[in-house]
Design a protein around this ligand. Structure first.
Ligand SMILES: Cc1cc2nc3c(=O)[nH]c(=O)nc-3n(C[C@H](O)[C@H](O)[C@H](O)COP(=O)(O)O)c2cc1C
Length: 402
């Protein structure tokens, strides 16, 4: 009698546990499916070294690798035209439909992002045995009173590719490594060699690079980074702008192929699908309050583990100097990866909207006392985790036929 009851009790327990496990498995499966576990990630296609092989035109081969460059908000604000008369010439334009006016009201970061594209293109060309020469603003400067029209009609750069038997680059493999690493870095100081290799890259540049490793400076940059993040999260227009370019599913990422996604917080693999599924099913998990809390926590953890900061500045603040700053940023970022280092820009305190005015003035007073413009503030260090690669556009969509 007792044995029979015990048996039945065990069977009921098994059924209950089995049902709970089954429902949980079904729920997990549903969340992963919503998160896109079965959707092929075409938005990552350009990261394949063989992607360039899809193009026969040399200019498209280099464009398809130049677009791996980092850009503000990952907007990839690039348009190119291929010169119909000269097979070795192409033009880079700013895509005025890809601006982020809340965080970048003067389109300064957008111009820095033109420079990163040019440097990536230069490295790609060198790998193929070509020198890439840039003529900045070959048809004249932007009319600042009508920027959108100017961007669409005036090239940022004329790019000429010339066969060059001496062209070579130590940084080709770095093109294919994730650009921006937002995690805490190892407690390993930059060696004197690493510092002088990176600062040496500025010798030929129209921009300057300073690297800071002192505890006092690192604490100060950490404070500025944290303050900037806090102010940005309280600026509704900036939050709305980021929300508008955030894709929360694989399908949305395949459609957008630019902007932000969960990878930007270092999430990859199984967790990526799980998180994407969760925030699609329960959007409040990723609302502005949660996003702000997350951004502040990420920055606090990051700046607490940063052995060095880099400051890229220019004497003036012309459009050409902004592009030069971007060329230098991409140059040091690619070389850093070749040296086993990674970087993350901390741009908030350099942004030109009213609520950021105080820390903007403070960083310039303290670190650009000669009246220079600081174009980039970046964390530099040895990675503790590999960061996933982020969305990139189909290279064909960059081409504009006038
Ligand atoms: C001008 C510029 C400003 C940037 N500012 C920031 C920033 O403030 N914080 C950050 O984490 N990443 C920043 N980034 C990195 C971009 O967010 C990143 O390049 C983009 O999301 C693509 O991701 P990936 O670099 O990992 O490929 C910046 C990049 C550029 C070129």
């Amino acid at each position: 009698m007792t044995t029979k009851r015990a048996h039945r009790g065990r069977r009921v327990t098994l059924i209950v546990v089995g049902s709970v496990v089954g429902v949980a498995a079904l729920g997990l499966g549903a969340i992963l499916t919503v998160g896109g576990i079965f959707v092929p990630a075409h938005y990552l296609d350009p990261w394949s070294a063989s992607y360039a092989d899809e193009f026969t035109d040399l200019r498209m081969k280099v464009v398809s690798q130049a677009e791996l460059a980092p850009s503000g908000h990952n907007m990839q604000p690039w348009t190119i035209t291929l010169d119909p008369a000269e097979a070795d010439v192409l033009y880079l334009y700013t895509d005025a439909s890809r601006l982020t006016p809340a965080v970048d009201p003067l389109a300064r970061q957008t111009m820095v992002s033109q420079g990163t594209f040019l440097q990536y293109l230069r490295v790609s060309a060198a790998h193929l045995g070509y020198r890439a020469d840039f003529e900045l603003f070959p048809e004249g400067d932007y009319d600042e009173t009508d920027l959108a029209t100017a961007m669409n009609s005036l090239p940022v750069a004329k790019i000429t590719l010339t066969p060059d038997a001496t062209a070579s680059t130590p940084d080709y493999a770095s093109l294919f490594l994730s650009d921006t690493n937002r995690s805490p870095y190892a407690d390993t100081p930059l060696s004197a060699d690493q510092q002088s290799i990176l600062t040496g890259l500025a010798a030929e540049s129209g921009a300057a690079l300073q690297i800071f490793t002192d505890q006092r400076d690192r604490t100060r940059f950490g404070q500025l980074g944290a303050e900037g993040t806090l102010i940005e999260t309280q600026y509704a227009a900036a939050t709305a702008e980021s929300d508008a370019v955030f894709s929360s599913t694989e399908q949305a990422k395949n459609d957008a192929r630019s902007g932000f996604a969960v990878e930007g917080q270092g999430t990859s693999g199984f967790m990526k699908y799980f998180l994407q599924g969760l925030i699609t099913v329960v959007p409040s998990l990723n609302d502005d309050a949660a996003g702000a809390k997350n951004a502040i926590a990420l920055t606090d953890a990051a700046v607490a583990a940063t052995p060095a900061y880099g400051v890229i500045s220019t004497t003036g603040n012309s459009r050409a100097e902004q592009v030069e700053a971007g060329i230098l940023y991409a140059d040091i970022s690619l070389r850093a990866r070749s040296l086993g280092l990674v970087m993350q820009p901390l741009s908030q305190v350099l942004q030109e909207y009213p609520s950021m005015a105080a820390p903007y003035a403070a960083i310039h007073e303290e670190y650009a006392p000669g009246g220079q413009t600081i174009q980039m503030l970046v964390r530099i260090g040895t990675p503790t985790t590999e960061y996933p690669t982020s969305m990139r556009r189909d290279a064909n969509t960059l081409v504009h036929t006038p």
